[in-house]
Design a protein around this ligand. Structure first.
Ligand code: ZN
Length: 453
């Protein structure tokens, strides 16, 4: 995934400290002295995968909320859960999702955390990611005061618990505690351009620029998003972001599906980041991102797992779906390629997050995944890129390295006890679902609507 996209077979990588020292064939690197040598014969070494949009706390209720459109999914499932979730539950979920992530070869994550978002919990969630060994960002979700659009969508309520001033004060304190350059930094994240107050969004971007970080939000995720925005503000949402000068370096937007041509151009010409979450987009049936148009225009597109609607921290599933969704939507088998999917999951994700990773090249951060190709579903090994995108699974990852440190190896995380992390999440989930009044969503078998009984 370097600038020349070299596929070096057989290959070798040398690491010194937290950086890649050399890349080449085993013969070229034979003279190098190492404290430890890993025999990766029959395996692929890729840049660590980068998750550009997640909500790790949501994973504590994964599996519930079936068959709903997005805003009802939020209003009747995710937000009642978010209002009830306790700090220790959010941290347990973040630890669980982090363990799952490093097992799958993810090395960096953008965790859009929005429940609960007091300073202590926000920082504890960042600590949970770091404890497991991930790199990345906790993008602290901010609601501010409910807007007319939020009311129209049935989203006003207890989620809007802080004023804009309080939101920004808490976020600033968290950003100062975990400034840019931290293994896990904190960014401001006005939750959604559509239903958050315009002033909160403007001030969030000012805060990010002031402290030298990126910022994160959701925008134009469902078809009604630009329609509501036009109705209330007389302008399309990305057009507004462009007019206010809010796009560009540091701006990272989840979804960006319903964009007109001028909005695609505005995002592209400013190299704004967009998180493409193909599993989530299909699960909630929201739409298909204009991947080719956005990339051609210059947008920085990465892949995201998107919390409970993505179900799994799995870069392989996201890469495969990223391609297949584009193809079936356009009825064009050239609409996206396996090579492109690997770019989104690695080097483009690194550009999106602003980290010096995503490529195996001397001088870059040593964030790597080692994937065992000696499996029936990866045999014969004729084209490694195809094997990685279409056939591999997280279970094929045998080692994950972040900043030169092995954080997952041979079936176990090196920094935390996985059994303990799972047991805690399992024990807490039932109680939370009960308190949130969501017990009915646990029905063991849901009859498929519109089919005879
Ligand atoms: Zn999201």
């Amino acid at each position: 995934m370097d600038d020349e996209r070299r596929v070096i077979e057989p290959g070798a990588v040398a690491i010194a400290g937290d950086r890649i020292a050399a890349v080449g064939t085993p013969a070229e690197l034979r003279e190098m002295r190492a404290k430890r040598t890993v025999d990766a014969a029959g395996m692929a070494i890729t840049p660590g995968f980068i998750d550009c949009h997640n909500h790790m706390f949501q994973l504590i209720a994964r599996g519930l909320g079936e068959g709903m459109a997005l805003w009802p999914w939020l209003a009747s499932f995710m937000w009642p859960l978010s209002i009830q979730i306790r700090p220790e539950e959010a941290v347990a979920a973040a630890r669980l999702a982090s363990v799952e992530s490093v097992r799958a070869g993810f090395t960096a994550v953008t965790d859009n955390h929005y429940a609960p978002t007091d300073a202590d919990t926000t920082l504890a969630v960042a600590g949970a990611l770091e404890t497991v060994g991930l790199r990345g960002v906790v993008a602290r979700g901010m609601m501010g005061e409910p807007t007319a659009v939020a009311r129209k969508g049935g989203l006003a309520g207890e989620m809007f618990r802080y004023s804009a001033d309080e939101e920004l004060d808490i976020t600033r304190a968290c950003m100062q505690a975990r400034p840019p350059g931290s293994r896990v930094a904190v960014w401001p994240a006005p939750e959604n351009v559509i239903y958050c107050d315009q002033d909160l969004i403007r001030r969030s971007v000012e805060l990010a620029r002031d402290l030298g970080t990126g910022w994160h939000t959701h925008c134009s995720e469902v078809r009604t998003d630009p329609e509501y925005y036009l109705e209330f503000y007389g302008i399309r949402p990305v057009e507004w972001l462009a007019r206010e000068g809010l796009l560009g370096r540091g701006a990272t937007i989840a979804h960006g599906i319903f964009l007109d041509d001028s909005e695609v151009e505005a995002i592209g010409s400013t190299a704004t980041g967009i998180a493409y979450c193909p599993a989530s987009h299909q699960y909630i049936a929201i739409g298909v991102m204009r991947l080719r148009d956005l990339r051609r225009a210059g947008a920085v597109v990465g892949l995201g797992t998107d919390g409970a609607s993505g179900h799994r921290q799995d870069p392989f599933e996201q890469m495969k779906m990223a391609v297949l969704l584009q193809r079936v939507h356009s009825l064009d088998p050239t609409a996206a390629t396996a090579e492109e999917a690997l770019e989104l999951a690695t080097r483009e994700g690194a550009r999106y997050l602003g980290i010096d990773a995503g490529q195996i090249a001397a001088g870059r951060l040593a964030d790597l995944a080692v994937i065992d190709l000696q499996r029936p579903h990866l045999t014969p090994r004729l084209r490694t890129v195809s094997a990685l995108v279409y056939s591999a699974t997280p279970a094929d990852v045998v080692m994950t390295i972040v900043g030169g440190e092995v954080v997952y190896e041979d079936g176990a995380c090196t920094r935390v006890d996985e059994a303990e992390v799972m047991a805690e999440a399992q024990a807490r989930a039932g109680d939370l679902v009960r308190r949130a009044g969501l017990e009915a969503l646990r029905e063991p078998w849901r009859r498929t609507p519109a089919l005879p009984a």
